[in-house]
Write a protein of this length. Structure first.
Length: 133
């Protein structure tokens, strides 16, 4: 299977010390791509990307130098067909050095909530950083 890389951007507003809410925009390459081999051996490839627009809620608590959080999202995605979806997952944020932005690692399970069979459920793993102001 092809490697899948993507970009996810959140703009979350902190509502108290534990809750953050805001929009999310994501793009992943090679999600839903297919390779078909015909009877005579010809290979046909169909490359697709996945675009998502939605909202995200993050509820987290600090545990020493780390922050753990539950994530829940709702939004629209476009791959083989447009669909409504939801995601649930978890995140760990680690601050290695006070002068550097923290590193964040997450895992999320994305589900198709409008029963569109052309868009399957999938799992994503993320790594990145965040800026606060």
């Amino acid at each position: 299977p092809p490697e899948v890389w993507g970009v996810r951007l959140h703009l979350l507003a902190l509502i108290g010390p534990s809750l953050a809410v805001g929009p999310e925009l994501a793009w992943y390459g090679n999600v839903g791509s297919e390779r078909t081999v015909s009877i005579d051996g010809q290979v046909f490839e169909s490359n697709r990307s996945l675009t998502q627009v939605g909202g995200l809620v993050r509820f987290g608590v600090e545990v020493g130098p780390t922050r753990t959080a539950l994530l829940a999202g709702l939004g629209l995605s476009e791959n083989r067909a447009g669909t409504a979806g939801a995601s649930v997952g978890g995140e760990v944020e680690v601050r290695l050095w006070e002068r550097l932005p923290p590193l964040a690692f997450d895992v999320r399970y994305h589900i198709n909530i409008d029963d569109n069979p052309s868009n399957p459920d999938y799992l994503t793993f993320g790594a990145g950083s965040r800026l606060r102001w």
